[in-house]
Design a binder for this molecule. Sequence first.
Ligand SMILES: [Zn+2]
Length: 328
Amino acid sequence: MSKINVTPFFKFRQVKIVEQKVSDDLSMVLIKTVPDERYIPVCSECGTKTRSIHSYETRIVRDMNMFRTKVFIEYTYRKIRCHTCSGIKVEKLGFIDLYMRITRRFAQYIVDLCKYMTVADVAYLLEVDRKLVKRLHKEYLQSAFGKEVCSGLRVLAVDEISLKKGHNYLTIVADYETGRIVHVGRERKYKTLKGFFKKIPKRERRRIEAVCMDMWDPYIKAVTIWCPDASIVFDLFHVVQAFGKVINKVRNREYKKAFGENKDVIKGTKYILLKNRKNLKRKESRRLKELLEINKNLSTVYILKDQLKRLWKYRYKGWVIKEDLRGL
Ligand SMILES: [Zn+2]
């Protein structure tokens, strides 16, 4: 007789394995279990322990595959007379949730696969009902991203992504402190963010201290209306990008005003002015120096750009007022 035994793979508490059957073509394994009578049954609805057994019933549920072989568990469970619920209830078992046709660990496996594959792929691979996979995945998403969304948020980051270039935007809201995505909404409109804020109770919304975002009016409007206590923080990249437009405007104006040699110095300096000073080549640095020396207005906006970048490095408001503005 073979010494191979699969019992260690089915170490479920409260039950004992009594039989294992393998179909001739190896496509199916059936594991039979009965209640381990050393355990007093517990009501699956209220958790009360009772020795008052009403009857025994049997059902078959699907478990995780062993290699390519499908595994089924035929388990006998106890129905109990629960005094707390005042009725006949099913005993609670660790490996299966009430009314489920698959074991807990198989459900977890399906949910894990859904993180990497489509619902249809998972259903096909494991030969399970697509509706079941969809339901489990949805339940997982709701428990992971649904309920907790509303509580404990202090700093939010709002960003947009475009699905097609320049079209079909999605708005992503993340908890800045944990990096967890808490909301994904269609478009990048006022109502997109409004939809998110409406889900959060007013008490929780008040606790939001800051929202980091692009300089985008619909977002600003939504935060101002729905989270009036929160500070709006613009991303440094976007602010500097917007300031780049200012620099360019000043440069164009100065170019038009300039004569002769000075006009030549300003000509073709657009990117030198916008580039990070550290990234300039030696020749470009020389041109920048020359340009800032001959033109006071350009020199002023250039200093402002540097000041603007430095603002993001401060941790305390007081220091900004004391040190940075003194330099202006
Ligand atoms: Zn009960």
